[in-house]
Ligand binder design. Structure first.
Ligand code: PMP
Length: 428
């Protein structure tokens, strides 16, 4: 019997199922597995695709406009690299700063700018408010939440749906709470749910921003802009949408090549209006005399002269498709999608987000740990690490080799099934 059949059957069938799964589980625990599904990192084969970066300059460090990249200066980044960022984020290059190795750093600097100084115009610095707050669509990216936590900015969760954040909730907050100063958005292949925002969500967010407080900003973290592994998923143009509603000053977009070339060794980009970028540059320029233009030039050479960005991503897709297929196959084989166990199948990005029955996620992570499978701690995808349903688990399938991923997923589904049966029996 499957768990679903056992659940529909008698208590005796459920107990028999528990014993069968427990035996299987104890056998697995003795195998001494040591596998890791926590890391949203590219695999070695993916990194190898960008091996051409090394040595590409061959001592010629002049950018196309004559800039000697080895020296200080050009704090907004090389024009050729700003154009690369413009291509990635689909915005004019004049509105892009090409920065250092991490978009997360840029996000921290942008939040700090809003907090300490505000973005100019009518906007007060957020620190002058009693309780500045960010809207945090959840589950979401834990590192966004960490930035808020470190700066003492309150976080208000709103649920993620299959088309983006629950916009009824977002609209109400923006209308009723003048202390809402920001919202975190990962609009394409969202971390961790894999959801891409629909155009309707973009429109509603732009419209709701018209009655937000002047200091409010949308943090549009487009980390997976071109990371399509199956079909390409279309994300609407948030810049144009905001321009239509006259709120382009509310939008700050981020991206990087961390999951295109080298993770932590790429180039990060931020794009916004001139006034927002000026306010941000004040903080950035106090922290650094300028970005690593040598690395910027390496990236511009690799993509401008040899392979296009998108062609390069097709190589990543080849490597990652079988891994995502493996995860989906295990889930489909064990759960019918109609029960409490839910997941979202996506065309790209780095994660699969899985919901156990409410109240089981922490227990599943514990069971998996005992069997040698490391999972992201349950709750990590929610502000303050608190999943109110204790249900969400983030699976990161990109790093392990396929055979290890296969073993890890087989163990994972067993742990989910065991937890489900034990919960039915009142054992947890
Ligand atoms: N944003 C999101 C949504 C991410 O998933 C990640 C990487 N895990 C980052 C930002 C980090 O990007 P970077 O390396 O450019 O700081």
């Amino acid at each position: 019997t499957t768990v679903i059949e056992a659940e529909k059957g008698t208590q005796g069938q459920l107990q028999a199922k528990e014993q069968e799964l427990a035996r299987h589980y104890e056998r697995l625990c003795k195998q001494g597995l040591k596998l890791d599904l926590t890391r949203g990192k590219p695999s070695e084969a993916q990194l190898q695709l960008a091996a051409g970066l090394d040595g590409i300059l061959a001592s010629d460090c002049r950018a196309p406009d004559g800039t000697d990249c080895r020296n200080y200066g050009t704090s907004q980044g090389l024009t050729c690299t700003r154009k690369l960022g413009a291509d990635l984020l689909q915005v004019p290059h004049e509105e892009v700063i090409a920065a250092g190795n991490s978009s997360l750093t840029l996000m921290y600097q942008a939040v700090l700018t809003g907090y300490l100084y505000g973005f100019g115009g009518d906007a007060q610095p957020w620190r002058s408010l009693e309780h500045p707050k960010f809207i945090c669509p959840s589950p979401g990216y834990d590192r966004h939440f960490t930035i808020c936590e470190q700066l003492g900015i309150d976080m208000v969760s709103v649920p993620m749906t299959d088309i983006g954040p629950d916009m009824d909730a977002v609209e109400t907050l923006l209308r009723e709470d003048p202390e809402i100063v920001g919202i975190w958005c990962v609009p394409k292949y969202s971390n961790p749910t894999g959801v891409t925002y629909h155009q309707d969500t973009l429109e509603r967010l732009a419209q709701a921003s018209t009655h937000a407080s002047p200091g409010f900003r949308i943090f549009w973290d487009n980390a997976y802009a071109i990371h399509d592994w199956f079909e390409h998923t279309y994300l609407g143009d948030m810049r144009s949408t905001c321009l239509e509603y006259g709120v382009d000053d509310k939008l700050i977009q981020f991206g990087s090549t961390s999951k295109i070339t080298f993770a932590g060794g790429g180039v990060a980009f931020v794009s916004s209006t001139e006034q927002n970028l000026e306010a941000l540059a004040r903080v950035m320029n106090a922290m650094s005399i300028g970005p690593d233009k040598v690395n910027q030039l390496r990236h511009s050479r690799l993509f401008a002269e040899f392979t296009g960005l998108r062609e390069h991503m097709a190589g990543h897709a080849e490597i990652l498709r079988p891994k995502f297929e493996c995860v989906y196959r295990h889930l489909r084989e064990h759960f019918d999608g109609d029960g409490p166990e839910q997941w979202h199948e996506t065309n790209g990005g780095y994660f699969v987000s899985f919901n156990t029955r409410p109240g089981c996620a922490k227990y599943v992570v514990e069971l998996a740990a005992r069997a040698g499978i490391k999972l992201t701690p349950a709750g990590a995808t929610f502000p303050y690490g608190e999943d109110p349903q204790d249900s969400n688990i983030r699976i990161a399938p990109t790093y392990p080799p396929l055979d290890q991923l296969d073993t890890a997923m087989a163990t994972f589904v067993l742990c989910v099934e065991l937890a489900a049966v034990r919960q039915q029996l009142g054992m947890i």
